[in-house]
Design a protein around this ligand. Structure first.
Ligand SMILES: Nc1ncnc2c1ncn2[C@@H]1O[C@H](COP(=O)(O)OP(=O)(O)OP(=O)(O)O)[C@@H](O)[C@H]1O
Ligand SMILES: [Mg+2]
Length: 137
């Protein structure tokens, strides 16, 4: 999407989450998001990336600038080919965890972003799209 933000960040090891955080910080800052929103986007991205690492083993994060006619935003797509999520509504419940976590990653990410969409097929994988729109002009 630009010089310092790779279009795709591979998630293979835990340190790749740091790469995601750094890239997302740079992209959101360059787009003109304020520090509070930058922090929200980084937090949401790292929760989703951590889930990929924990539940699917590996995956990818793609970043894209959204250029609407009257607004600018950042879209992140976090995708894996892991086990998939059996019950998305249940996974979105605050406090639900299958893995001994706190169960706040997914609902937290939704709250921090403007839009979140989960597509998941059991046995095939999970694709989560999150968007944040920049306030003001
Ligand atoms: N990429 C994924 N692939 C498969 N299952 C997932 C994936 N992401 C989330 N899940 C399922 O959704 C549940 C809820 O995820 P969430 O991130 O909200 O909580 P958690 O990871 O269990 O705990 P934490 O609060 O530490 O993030 C997980 O326990 C897991 O069962
Ligand atoms: Mg989690």
């Amino acid at each position: 999407m630009n010089d310092s933000l790779p279009e795709e960040i591979a998630l293979r090891t835990e340190t790749d989450i740091i790469v995601v955080r750094k890239s997302v910080r740079e992209a959101a800052t360059r787009l003109g998001f304020g520090i509070t929103d930058v922090t929200r986007i980084i937090t949401a991205a790292s929760e989703l990336a951590r889930n990929v690492f924990l539940y699917a083993g590996s995956g990818v994060v793609r970043c894209r600038v959204l250029n609407g006619s009257d607004r600018v935003g950042l879209e992140l797509i976090v995708e894996d080919h892991g086990p998939g999520i059996v019950d998305i509504d249940q996974a979105m419940q605050p406090g639900y965890t299958s893995g001994g976590g706190l169960g706040f990653g997914l609902p937290g990410a939704k709250r921090l972003m403007d839009e979140m969409e989960i597509e998941s097929v059991v046995g095939k994988g999970t694709k989560i799209t999150i968007k944040k729109w920049r306030k003001g002009t």
